[in-house]
Design a protein around this ligand. Structure first.
Ligand SMILES: NC(=O)c1ccc[n+]([C@@H]2O[C@H](COP(=O)([O-])OP(=O)(O)OC[C@H]3O[C@@H](n4cnc5c(N)ncnc54)[C@H](OP(=O)(O)O)[C@@H]3O)[C@@H](O)[C@H]2O)c1
Length: 269
């Protein structure tokens, strides 16, 4: 029996990862680069993405990294980011729509502005990046590519006090399915990852925990994950091993508590 491990390879691919100054996005970028992909990363702050790029570029065995300041809510900034990526890396093969976030509030307490900001960041940001990077994927010598969206278990289940975020993340799952059909003829696969609770700087701050509180990745019965748990699934979806996977949402949540949602883990219900 052959395991076809080369099929899991991302070497030579050109990948965009949004929201990569910390947390899941940073580990996704570092993982893809370690696998030999060239990566273009962004966040709202050049000062925060530069050190990530330096770390990747300091490793001669890794792919190259381009760091750009880009707010995914800003269409013109997204266009400039993708243009810079095509110029520097020669094209786009993979887009990881990772930038996202939320604040915790009861539905009645969410202002129109607060609602719009969360929909804009999570859903409209994904729309901007996918439309612009999709055009780049269809151009060039070797058209086609892979889009990987970041939803959440809170897009799959009720998430009290996170209704804006939950609505945006649910919409991302449906967008993934729809686009996987629309773009199949362009040889672009569109898939999604729905993480459970993953320790990142943002989540650690909310929960008041640090690395030393976490069980190792090898532990059984884990209820909080590491950023590597998500990055490994993203790498699989980006690789030829997932060539027949399209329109799917991969839930990555370890062992959930009763209630099945991140809100339960955060003590919000
Ligand atoms: N951690 C979890 O438990 C969990 C669970 C389910 C889903 N997710 C999803 O996974 C993704 C990453 O989560 P995380 O916990 O790693 O987040 P995080 O630690 O808060 O990091 C968010 C990243 O996004 C960047 N960012 C925020 N707003 C941006 C914008 N408008 N434009 C560009 N970049 C922006 C931030 O950089 P700057 O601040 O430098 O701009 C940062 O690099 C999000 O989509 C989140 O909804 C996370």
């Amino acid at each position: 029996m052959s395991l076809h491990t080369a099929e899991f390879d991302v070497e030579g691919k050109r990948a965009i990862v949004t929201g990569a100054s910390q947390g899941i996005g940073r580990t996704v970028a570092e993982t893809l680069a370690t696998g030999g992909a060239d990566v273009a990363i962004c966040s709202r702050s050049q000062d925060r993405v530069d050190p990530v790029a330096e770390g990747i570029n300091d490793d001669p065995a890794s792919g190259d990294c381009l760091a750009v300041e880009c707010n995914v809510r800003d269409r013109e900034a997204v266009e400039a980011f993708v243009e810079a990526t095509v110029e520097e890396l020669g094209g786009v093969d993979v887009l990881v729509n990772n930038a996202g976030g939320e604040f915790v509030a009861a539905f009645d307490d969410i202002s129109p502005n607060g609602w719009e900001s969360i929909i804009d960041l999570n859903l409209t940001g994904t729309f901007h990046c996918t439309q612009v990077a999709g055009e780049a994927m269809r151009g060039g010598d070797d058209p086609g590519g892979v889009v990987i969206n970041m939803s959440s278990v809170n897009g799959q289940h009720a998430a009290p006090n996170e209704s804006h975020y939950s609505a945006a993340k649910a919409a991302i799952i449906r967008l993934t399915e729809t686009l996987s059909v629309e773009w199949a003829s362009h040889d672009i696969r569109v898939n999604c990852v729905a993480p459970g609770l993953i320790q990142t700087p943002g989540v650690a701050e909310t929960l008041g925990i640090d690395e030393s509180d976490m069980p190792p990745r090898e532990a059984v019965d884990r209820r909080i994950g590491h950023t590597e748990d998500i990055a490994d699934v993203v790498q699989f979806l980006a690789s030829p091993a997932a060539a027949f996977v399209n329109g799917e949402t991969y839930t990555v949540k370890g062992v959930p508590r009763a209630g099945n949602s991140m809100s339960t883990d955060l003590g919000l219900q």
